[in-house]
Design a protein around this ligand. Structure first.
Ligand SMILES: *[C@@H]1O[C@H](CO)[C@@H](O)[C@H](O)[C@H]1NC(C)=O
Ligand SMILES: *[C@@H]1O[C@H](CO)[C@@H](O)[C@H](O)[C@H]1NC(C)=O
Ligand SMILES: *[C@@H]1O[C@H](CO)[C@@H](O)[C@H](O)[C@H]1NC(C)=O
Ligand SMILES: *[C@@H]1O[C@H](CO)[C@@H](O)[C@H](O)[C@H]1NC(C)=O
Ligand SMILES: *[C@@H]1O[C@H](CO)[C@@H](O)[C@H](O)[C@H]1NC(C)=O
Ligand SMILES: *[C@@H]1O[C@H](CO)[C@@H](O)[C@H](O)[C@H]1NC(C)=O
Length: 508
């Protein structure tokens, strides 16, 4: 075990000092289109579940590479911050919760965003949709973080037609483009607005001048459950109202992605495009999402919180250009923080100027089917979260098991502290499901799973394999020592949109 531990420490050292060499590209740089869905559940894409139909996403995924061992973070800001920075939350101070609209908090400026790096590589960089990595000062706004253009909303959620979010129970507009708030789009559905904006970007793009980076972060399918009737109609047979509305919202998302890819094809950009689709976290069962057969849901440290839906497609990943991988399923370990070095590599850029990254370049994993360079994946360490149970005596010299944390090492995943509700919730489809019974003590605060052999987390191994537990707790401890203090400031009354023209935006 000692040796295993040493091996992993070496890996860990490699991980924190990840060096990187860019390949020089002779062909034109690929366009990169990244579509991020919100709160989109594992069981809610056609090729995982049969209750919700997603013909467009299914077809796209089938033409490219499905990522079936792909991880995001359990909630919004954490996933988005790691996507944009390539860095774990313990290294950006965003370990705890999401960034509330009225908190003076943001992804720090000490390291560039992926948009900064792609811009540096000559890309035209555009974003539409949900930002949610902080906006209390001008310098944190998307146009100051590498994006040439931005259209969308800054906070964590919004209404789909009026584009508002509350401050102290009063709704205020959160919808804007570069020129400021957009007041004239109330009544229009966000999936359509965001798709249309992305299409405008695509149609206005000149590929002779720049390659394109487009980040489309849909509002769909986060709560509130709102959708035009025409999308919901096909799901009349679903009796559960939340599930029915949610299914309709997925239909709008699917159609939007169809319109977007049609525009990429019409303009001839598709052939030279890498198209990535990802969720930001698991579905939320209270609002219609479903992650069955995974355990738990959004916000939890169970697989249902973060084993995400994801695939890569586009002209550079299809049968003509990548015959060896197109149409295959990739089961290598890939994490949302990996996109940063992967996309910089695709762009032929260099990682100069970034702080130490936690992500790995996964392009050869995806396009050649190579082994993933990632052996270890920190899900999170959140020292501010409420403690669960008492620190286990046996391990207290290494790690306080009442602290909320989770880590993956090879096949194994360890969870300590508050994992949150770990029920298996089947879709409300009228079928009978045999569900395991949870007999855990409410103060239990340590679990170990072999995720490769037991992806649905039925068999806790923490009593059976204490040596593995020990190695992984040591790893958590070593990682915790590299953490910056978490920032989670109180709500700032100056953020009140009533003081700023009735609109959410920078206030400091
Ligand atoms: C809202 O106003 C902007 C700026 O004048 C315009 O570009 C946009 O098309 C308008 N949107 C609608 C839905 O009329
Ligand atoms: C997709 O395009 C069709 C045809 O233009 C349009 O009616 C529909 O609203 C679009 N859907 C979305 C989600 O943008
Ligand atoms: C990285 O190197 C390029 C080319 O030398 C330079 O233009 C850019 O400013 C550097 N970026 C950072 C973040 O240091
Ligand atoms: C993690 O590190 C912090 C200091 O950054 C320390 O206060 C805390 O006790 C450590 N947690 C554990 C469980 O070791
Ligand atoms: C966990 O969630 C399930 C499904 O919603 C619910 O039936 C159960 O009571 C919850 N358990 C706890 C401990 O809250
Ligand atoms: C995990 O389970 C799989 C499938 O049963 C098995 O092949 C693998 O060896 C296990 N991993 C470890 C580290 O025991």
């Amino acid at each position: 075990m000692e040796r295993v531990f040493v091996n992993y420490l070496v890996l860990f050292a490699a991980l924190i000092s990840a060096s990187f060499s860019a390949t020089v590209q002779s062909t034109p740089k690929p366009n990169i289109v990244f579509v991020l869905a919100d709160d989109y559940g594992y069981n809610d894409i056609g090729y995982h579940g049969d209750q919700i139909k997603t013909p467009v996403l299914d077809r796209l995924a089938a033409s490219g590479v499905k990522l079936e061992n792909y991880y995001v973070q359990p909630i919004c800001s954490p996933t988005r911050s790691q996507l944009l920075s390539g860095r774990y939350q313990i290294h950006t101070g965003l370990q705890h919760g999401i960034i509330g609209n009225s908190q003076a908090n943001a992804l720090p400026l000490d390291s560039p965003t992926i948009a900064d790096k792609l811009k540096e590589s000559g890309y035209a960089t555009h974003m539409a949709g949900k930002w949610h990595v902080g906006f209390y000062k001008e310098e944190f706004m998307p146009h100051n973080r590498g994006f040439d253009t931005y259209y969308g909303y800054l906070g964590g959620h919004d209404t789909y037609y009026t584009h508002m979010i509350n401050y102290k129970s009063k709704p205020y507009l959160d919808w804007r483009d570069e020129t400021g708030p957009v007041f004239n789009e109330s009544g229009l559905y966000s999936a359509q607005l965001l798709t249309n904006r992305a299409i405008r970007v695509i149609k206005g793009h000149n590929p002779d001048k720049h390659p394109l980076f487009l980040y489309l972060a849909y509002q769909s399918v986060h709560s509130p459950l709102q959708v035009p009737e025409r999308y919901e109609k096909q799901y009349k047979h679903i009796k559960d109202e939340h599930r029915r509305l949610y299914a309709g919202m997925v239909a709008a998302l699917d159609e939007g992605v169809g319109n977007l890819t049609a525009a990429l094809k019409d303009t001839g950009l598709w052939d030279n495009t890498v198209f990535i689709f990802s969720t930001d976290n698991g579905g939320t069962v209270l609002y219609g999402g479903n992650n069955y057969p995974l355990r738990g849901w959004k916000g939890s440290l169970w697989e249902g919180g973060m084993h995400g839906v994801g695939f890569v497609a586009g002209g550079l990943v299809d049968k003509r250009s990548a015959p060896a991988v197109a149409g295959t399923v990739n089961r290598e370990l890939i994490h949302v923080s990996d996109w940063f070095p992967t996309l910089v590599r695709l762009a032929g850029g260099s990682l100069n100027g970034t702080k130490d990254l936690d992500g790995f370049d996964q392009w050869d994993t995806i396009i050649k089917g190579n082994k993933s360079p990632r052996k270890v994946m920190l899900h999170n360490i959140d020292i501010l979260y409420r403690r669960r149970g008492k620190p286990l005596e046996k391990y207290v010299h290494i790690w306080d098991t009442s602290v909320r944390a989770a880590l993956r090492m090879g096949d194994y995943k360890i969870i300590t502290g508050e994992a949150k509700n770990g029920s298996w919730v089947p879709p409300p489809d009228g079928r009978h499901y045999d569900l395991p019974v949870i007999k855990d003590d409410p103060n239990k605060n340590l679990w170990l799973f072999n995720i490769t052999g037991d992806p649905y987390e039925h068999h806790d191994l923490s009593n059976k394999e204490p040596e593995v537990v020990e190695v992984m707790l040591r790893m958590l401890k070593a990682m915790n020592e590299t953490a910056v203090p978490p920032r989670f400031p109180p709500s700032d009354p100056q953020s009140n949109p009533a003081l700023h023209g009735g609109v959410w935006g920078p206030w400091q």
